[in-house]
Design a protein around this ligand. Structure first.
Ligand code: GAP
Length: 532
């Protein structure tokens, strides 16, 4: 609805851009409120007013999340005979994080406003300033559209209008200064940029800033009863290191031959300075990571393979091919020789969903050095020992959840003028596959419906619903994404047939109870998605 009114006013590409930004904000808000209303995601410890950037998955959210995990695990581990899975501890020996570089380099530049006492990521403050300038450009273009209508030549306007050009140059200069300062670890340069741009605190409005400092994103705590630095341990900021330190254990006990992979799903923790956009950036989140160990020199072949393979995994879900794109990194981390993100078109725009990184032998070599243990592989074909190279695929489970939920959510107007909220989730991921309903609460229909439920619930996750009118019950199931509703009516009592209603088309078909399990299985079983 909201989208419709904005769309009415959007008559040209740039007006459309401004409207689309507003629309996207509204869609995210609608998704957040829908997620809460139907038991998908709640703010954590809400009775105490919540804890920022921390969320709990409710009764439906945890089912959806588990199904996403299952889809990933089966695609990565079950159908690859050279990939195995582990479940490493969140706490690890503190030297792990020294070796991996996280103690020294897993930092964000932060700055405090002395008046509001609010803390900001310095680079985000600058990016927000740039975004304001960008909006000025779009407003200028929008004015041109209004003035010249269909005769407006947007490309020429952008290339010649003095205001647009001045602002574009400003952006270029700011971005250049920011990149240079951050790249050289020049925190004073970042501070000077904030001062030169006269950036004010959004809360206090003052420009009274502290210096810029590096802020390590790892959460730390103390082990046992001993206090002090010796007992300091960290909550893992990525699951990957649990795989690296177990490389030899798994290779030897699993008799794994290169190339092989180790996969893991688990929690990771980052003390993000700016955590926002719902479950997109959290302080406690879950990752699904796989490290693929390969012969040195063959990493680019596998990097290309996994880029392609991971994109296919996403596309099979049917969320829309145009919603994905690759973003190849130009500036690489010191340990990588290639890296790309799979970006998804979230309600906030295209953002990173998954990373594919060719990490060379950096991590294993670092752990060799810090632990003094050899982490090598004897390659019988080459008759030589080497430290394997690693290609990593790393996806945030919560981001995947948001991608699925936000794309599935629609609020639509039906032919009769009524409206419905529907989650068109991929059936294999839907929390419930089937809802079983008796038409009325009498004439033995509930008993028959329970019989049908019993026949289905060992194969599928099912809901039973007998309250309210059939129309209301269908709407409830649409809103939680149940792909099929089975209605038990008076005809069922005569000929053992039921109606099956499709969530997306809302069409109903009559089928026999005997064929129910097989028909539903064809439509919802994850196996068909994986085999496709
Ligand atoms: N082991 C590599 C690694 O951790 P990363 O790009 O820092 O790489 C991988 O993280 C993925 O984890 C990201 O693509 C994203 O989906 C997810 N992720 C990272 N930080 C997150 C956060 N604060 N909240 C939610 N998901 C996050």
């Amino acid at each position: 609805m909201v989208g419709f009114f904005y769309a009415l006013e959007c008559t040209h590409a740039n007006l459309f851009y401004l409207c689309a930004m507003q629309q996207k904000d509204d869609i995210l808000k609608e998704v957040i409120s829908h997620a809460k209303e139907y038991g998908f995601v709640f703010p954590s410890s809400e009775i105490y007013d919540g804890l920022s950037a921390t969320y709990d998955y409710g009764q439906l959210g945890s089912l959806l999340k588990n199904n996403i995990k299952e889809y990933w695990w089966k695609a990565m581990v079950q159908v690859h005979d050279n990939i195995v899975g582990i479940d490493a501890a969140i706490f690890m020996h503190p030297t792990t994080w020294k070796a991996s570089g996280h103690v020294d380099a897993f930092n964000d530049p932060l700055i405090d406003n002395k008046d509001s006492k609010k803390r900001y990521r310095a680079d985000v403050l600058i990016e927000e300033h740039i975004e304001k300038i960008r909006q000025k450009i779009e407003k200028e273009v929008a004015k041109g559209i209004k003035r010249f209508g269909d005769d407006f030549d947007e490309a020429q306007f952008r290339a010649t209008n003095p205001n647009v050009l001045r602002n574009a140059k400003k952006i270029e200069e700011i971005e250049g200064r920011m990149k240079e300062s951050l790249g050289n670890d020049d925190l004073e340069g970042v501070y000077n940029l904030i001062v030169d741009l006269e950036i004010a605190c959004p809360i206090s409005g003052s420009k009274n800033w502290t210096e810029v400092r590096q802020f390590n994103l790892m959460f730390s705590t103390e082990l046992g009863s001993v206090a002090g630095d010796a007992a300091k341990i960290y909550l893992r900021p990525e699951t990957a290191q649990g795989i690296f330190v177990n490389y030899l254990n798994v290779q030897k006990t699993g008799r794994m031959k290169i190339p092989f992979g180790i996969a893991q799903i688990g929690k990771a923790f980052r003390n993000e300075i700016v955590a926002r956009q719902f479950i997109f950036r959290m302080r406690e989140f879950e990752q699904m990571e796989m490290q693929f160990f390969v012969r040195p020199g063959e990493e680019m072949k596998w990097y290309d393979y996994w880029k392609e393979h991971r994109m296919q995994w996403h596309q099979k879900l049917g969320l829309g091919e145009a919603n994905y794109r690759f973003h190849d990194h130009i500036k690489l981390a010191h340990y990588a020789n290639a890296a790309a993100d799979i970006e998804f078109n979230f309600p906030m725009g295209f953002k990173e969903l998954e990373g594919i990184h060719s990490r060379t032998d950096f991590d294993l070599k670092q752990h060799e050095e810090y632990s003094g243990k050899k982490l090598q592989y004897f390659d019988p074909e080459l008759n030589e020992n080497y430290v394997p190279y690693v290609v990593e695929t790393s996806i945030g489970l919560d981001r995947m959840f948001l991608a699925v939920l936000s794309t599935a959510y629609t609020h639509e107007t039906l032919e009769d003028g009524s409206t419905r909220s529907v989650l068109s989730l991929p059936p294999a991921l839907a929390p419930y596959k089937v809802a079983v309903m008796p038409l009325t609460k009498k004439d033995g229909l509930p008993e028959k419906a329970k019989e049908v439920l019993n026949k289905l619930q060992y194969d599928f996750s099912c809901q039973y619903d007998e309250k309210d009118s059939p129309g209301k019950r269908y709407r409830r199931q649409d809103a939680i994404g149940t792909p099929y509703c089975i209605m038990i009516d008076h005809q069922t009592m005569e000929d053992n047939t039921v109606t099956i209603r499709d969530r997306d088309t809302m069409e109903q078909e009559r089928i026999t109870i005997a064929e129910l399990n097989a028909i539903i299985d064809q439509k919802v079983n994850m196996k068909y998605l994986l085999m496709d």
